[in-house]
Design a protein around this ligand. Structure first.
Ligand code: TRP
Length: 330
């Protein structure tokens, strides 16, 4: 039997946090062994909020180098840049005719992001439709993304189902592949909020590319509480978050992490959490800096990826055009 198709994408919107790493990136490499994977850099999605062009270009190549540094292998997977494959936009347009504005208005991520904009762009509202096109173009069955993307995957299924029943069976319905270590990584400063790189206080987040001293400093400043005892409880959200982070980096359960730290103090907890993060990230950072220098190698990889992605996307799009009633030009 053919291997199932896994599809995921990340926006090239600047530095990623360890939350992005745990929720998505760190799972990508091992999936390559079992599935046919496509990993996209979704620059078309990034421009749904204002971008500085030179920065977007830099961030796109950074993310490509980071994908490779995290073990994504262009021999095993298709690694490409979304804007290189125009089929995404073509299918996206058609899917826009299969979904109500009301349903898009109810997307929680849209509501959050819209609140922060002076002017809400139509592209921001239609963001999840383009995401649906990304996934459906390749008939993906599994989408490894963080919990925050669940609603978008459900919308993708809705749209696919609607198309399938209105025309005829066309699209595979995808499922979210939630990270094994389920915990959401919270801010180190306000552990009731999700860790975010747009946090005003840089001590609230750790970036994948933060150096060892920065990681140590930020963890040592992480907010805990005055209990002084390590427990895994919602009443101690700061400590709980540190245990979750440790568990994710050590690939153990939160319960095992708790056992490991039982009877130790907060200083010891923080020290070990920091060292655990550093041990995993520093080889990735080294590879990143090396790969990022070699512009030609990066170019060869994204060009090849776009060609392979495009060939697959064309197949789906041709069917879709025919079903919709467009006159074929091939
Ligand atoms: N919306 C996703 C995020 O912010 C990024 C994304 C765009 C994506 N298209 C995708 C993820 C397709 C998975 C599959 O994380």
């Amino acid at each position: 039997m053919d291997k199932k198709i896994v599809y995921s994408g990340i926006q090239p919107s600047g530095s990623l946090t360890i939350g992005n790493y745990i929720g998505a990136l760190s799972n990508f490499a091992e999936l390559q062994e079992e599935y046919n994977c496509l990993y996209c850099i979704v620059d078309m999605h990034a421009i749904t909020v204002p971008q500085v062009p030179a920065t977007l270009r830099k961030n796109t190549l950074d993310l490509l180098a980071l994908y490779l540094a995290c073990g994504l292998d262009p021999e095993k997977s298709i690694i490409y840049i979304q804007s290189h494959v125009p089929e995404h936009v073509e299918l996206g347009w058609i899917l826009n005719t299969m979904v109500g504005v009301g349903q898009l208005n109810r997307m929680t991520q849209y509501k959050d992001k819209a609140q922060k904009q002076k002017e809400v762009l139509a592209g921001l509202l239609n963001y999840p439709v383009l995401m649906a096109a990304d996934i459906l173009l390749y008939q993906a069955s599994l989408v490894p993304v963080g919990e925050d993307q669940r609603q978008h995957i459900e919308l993708t299924r809705d749209i696919a189902q609607r198309f399938n029943s209105h025309y005829s069976e066309t699209f595979t319905l995808p499922d979210i592949m939630a990270p094994k270590v389920g915990a959401r990584v919270m801010s180190l400063q306000e552990p009731s909020k999700k860790m975010s790189k747009s946090d005003d206080n840089a001590n609230g987040f750790i970036l994948i590319l933060d150096d060892a001293d920065t990681i140590r400093r930020k963890i040592s400043r992480a907010v805990t509480d005055s209990e002084g005892v390590i427990r895994y409880s919602d009443e101690q959200p700061g400590v709980k978050n540190l245990l979750d982070i440790y568990a994710a980096f050590e690939k153990i359960t939160a319960q095992e992490a708790l056992q490991h730290f039982e009877g130790k103090n907060y200083a010891a907890l923080k020290e070990e959490v920091a060292e655990s993060i550093i041990a995993e990230l520093s080889p990735i950072q080294e590879r990143f800096h090396e790969l990022r220098q070699d512009k030609e190698a990066l170019e060869a990889i994204y060009k090849d990826g776009a060609q392979r992605a495009s060939a697959l996307a064309r197949k789906t799009l041709r069917k879709v055009y025919r079903k919709v009633g467009f006159v074929g030009r091939y």
